[in-house]
Design a binder for this molecule. Structure first.
Ligand code: GLU
Length: 405
């Protein structure tokens, strides 16, 4: 995997079960080994972000509230309290571990809201880039103490994928307690997942079949599992970021990966070379930063003009509108209710769209009494989610300038 050697910006995510002991305490020796590797790759002039889990688990253990052992489900306020306790312990241990390698660190806690709102997304991005510039290694976690369901990422695989998109990474490494993706993570062999032998070395495309087959199994003490890892791979590879799932306990796993060794399962970016043909930052935010509030089902002609010619979505191509949303919100654009191929920011709310679906743009005013836009979703505010959208003719970058993708 020679291409990883040239990765300039790397996001590494480590899961709770990897960085805590079976008793749920932070494994400071492990954190030291991790800090050593990350400092080494940082010192080789790469930008590095660490996305860490473990706050809830460490907090529970410190509070003597380990639900895993007590055999009961913890309620949300208990987990939030645990995260508040655990996060400071975690950062304390990381700061000490990185200090041994002369590497300064910073803490960034994010919620889903920070990605949904374009301005906050750009603020977070600026902060991360400033930290890179100042040679400080950002350590990111979800802000679990304030995140309720509506604003949750829910798991750190998803968070790490969005952080990789946020910082325009070349590579995302998910460190887990398994060696990679095994074909027997499939449900035809559900219970006895044999983890002997080598995992699948490379997955070029996450087909809906693979996604459907992977069970939503969660590793003990974590909230992710193979399903969320594949979802992360789907998001990042379409945004031009490569991903690796590897065992976080393998010796020197990060430095070996970045030296080009083949370890774990590699998901190549869906563009030719690292860094080339990526979606613009704004398009990636449209495609993956926000949750869609509704679904627009379009006819074949509209699908083709979007997919093949990078055009806007017009009302004439709209056949069904699902969900309730206001103008300016994110919608999924699909051929069928579940066949999403694009997302975009919509120019009309759902009530108005029900009334103008199937009409020519010239008829909008007669029906609605106003016509602010000819398009339902303008092409500048639309991004493909099925493949890397590298053929869209005109894209806008984060500052609103037009550029080629
Ligand atoms: N943010 C959670 C924590 O730090 C972990 C979520 C996850 O592991 O996916 O405890």
């Amino acid at each position: 995997m020679k291409r990883l050697v040239s990765a300039k910006t790397v996001v590494v995510k480590v899961g709770s079960s990897t960085l805590t002991t079976p008793e749920g305490q932070i494994d400071s020796r492990y954190l030291t080994r991790l800090a050593e590797q990350l400092s080494e790759i940082r010192h080789s002039r790469r930008n590095v972000v660490l996305v860490t889990s473990g706050a809830v688990r460490a907090g529970l253990s410190a509070m003597g509230l380990d639900g895993l052992k007590a055999g009961r489900r913890l309620d949300v306020p208990e987990k939030q309290a645990a995260a508040a306790v655990g996060q400071s312990l975690l950062m304390h241990t990381y700061s000490q571990a990185f200090a041994r390698f002369d590497q300064k660190v910073a803490q960034i806690l994010l919620t889903r809201d920070d990605m949904e709102d374009r301005e906050r997304f750009l603020n977070a991005r600026n902060t991360l880039h400033t930290l890179f510039h100042l040679d400080i290694l950002p350590i990111v976690n979800e802000n679990d103490s304030v995140a309720v369901e509506e604003i949750q990422f829910g798991d750190n695989d998803t968070l790490a994928a969005l952080v990789a998109i946020l910082v325009d990474a070349d590579l995302l490494v998910l460190l887990s307690d398994v060696d990679g993706f095994y074909p027997d993570s499939l449900p035809d062999r559900p219970e006895e997942v044999s983890r002997t032998g080598a995992p699948v070395a490379q997955i070029d495309r996450i087909t809906p079949e693979i996604e459907r087959q992977v069970k939503r199994v969660v590793s003990e003490g974590g909230t992710g599992g193979m399903y969320t890892k594949l979802e992360a791979a789907r998001k990042v590879t379409k945004s031009g970021v490569s991903m690796v799932i590897a065992n976080g306990r393998s010796p020197q796993v990060i430095t070996r990966l970045l030296a080009g060794e083949q370890i774990g399962t590699f998901f190549p970016a869906q563009t030719d070379d690292l860094g080339k043909g990526k979606l613009s930052s704004r398009k990636r935010w449209i495609a993956f930063g926000r949750k869609p509030r509704g679904v627009l089902v379009v006819n074949e002609g509209a699908r083709r003009s979007i997919v093949e010619r990078g055009k806007s979505l017009l009302p004439v191509g709209l056949t069904e509108v699902h969900g309730r949303f206001e103008r300016g919100e994110m919608v999924s654009i699909s051929e069928t209710v579940s066949g999403e191929f694009a997302r975009g920011l919509v120019n009309y709310g759902s009530d108005d769209l029900h009334r103008i679906a199937g009409l020519k743009s010239a008829q909008i005013e007669r029906v609605l009494g106003y016509r602010d836009f000819d398009e339902v979703v303008h092409r500048d505010n639309l991004a493909r989610t099925d493949v890397a959208d590298s053929q869209s003719p005109q894209l806008m970058d984060a500052e609103g300038r037009c550029q080629r993708s």
